[in-house]
Structures are given as structure tokens and as C-alpha cells.
Design a protein around this ligand. Structure first.
Ligand SMILES: [Zn+2]
Length: 133
């Protein structure tokens, strides 16, 4: 997901002020009212508010926040854990290997939920066909 990703037409003043490792300016859009993007904002309170969906960054973030809010509980749980892992990774409190394992398990969970949703849709369609027959 490209949360806060900058678009070509995004004004320079809306960009994150953090320098990258290469010494260039970060290309992400700054969070509303902040100087930094989600990845670079050092304020824990701001990061917590972003994680909870209270504030969003970039033009696509409102859509993302709505999409997250509509997730079924199981997928929301996966999303919340991964978002927390991203913060923990950046803070250095989560080992990269554990994050990689989490991502693999999360993909497997999503695949199972996707299969379950597909089976449910097929069952609904079969019921519909039987009712019409
Ligand atoms: Zn940044």
C-alpha cells in the first residue's frame, strides 16, 4: 500500500522534510499539519493517532482509512498487527526476521479468509439458483 505516497502534482511544501539516507528530501507527503510523513514523524502520539485512523496522510489516505474501517474483523486484526509491526520495525523493537515471518503468516491468513469468502459467495449463488429452479 502506498500510504501517503506523493503524486507528481503534490506541492513541494506538502512534502516530508526528513532527509533520506542518500541525502535527498523524503518523497512522501507530510501528514496534515505536520512536517513529516508517517514513516518519519518522530512523535509517538502522532504515530498512534495515525495507526488508529484518527489522522491520515496524503490524498489517498482518506480512501485507505475508509477501506480499513470497512474490513471484516479478521482482516482488520491482521491489518492492525501489521501496522503495529511496521512501527515496531522502524523503532527497532521488532527483529526484521520476525516481521518477515509475520508477513508470511498474514499472507496465509488472508488467503484462507479469501477462500472462505469465495466459498460463501458460491454457496449464496447456488442457493439463488436453486430458489429460481
Ligand atoms: Zn518522510
Amino acid at each position: 500500500m502506498t500510504r501517503g505516497a506523493i503524486r507528481p502534482e503534490t506541492p513541494e511544501r506538502d512534502r516530508c522534510e526528513s532527509p533520506t539516507k542518500r541525502g535527498e528530501r523524503c518523497r512522501m507527503a507530510a501528514l496534515p499539519g505536520r512536517k513529516y510523513c508517517l514513516s518519519h514523524d518522530p512523535d509517538p502520539a502522532t504515530r498512534a493517532r495515525v495507526r488508529d485512523g484518527q489522522i491520515t496522510g496524503g490524498r489517498n489516505s482518506a480512501r485507505l482509512a475508509r477501506a480499513v474501517a470497512k474490513l471484516p474483523p479478521d482482516l482488520r486484526h491482521v491489518y492492525d498487527r501489521l501496522a503495529q509491526a511496521l512501527d515496531d520495525l522502524q523503532a527497532g523493537t521488532l527483529e526484521p526476521g520476525r516481521a518477515t515471518a509475520m508477513a508470511a503468516v498474514a499472507r496465509a491468513i488472508v488467503a484462507v479468509l479469501d477462500a472462505a469468502a469465495s466459498l460463501e459467495r458460491i454457496a449464496d449463488l447456488e442457493d439463488l439458483l436453486k430458489a429460481k429452479a
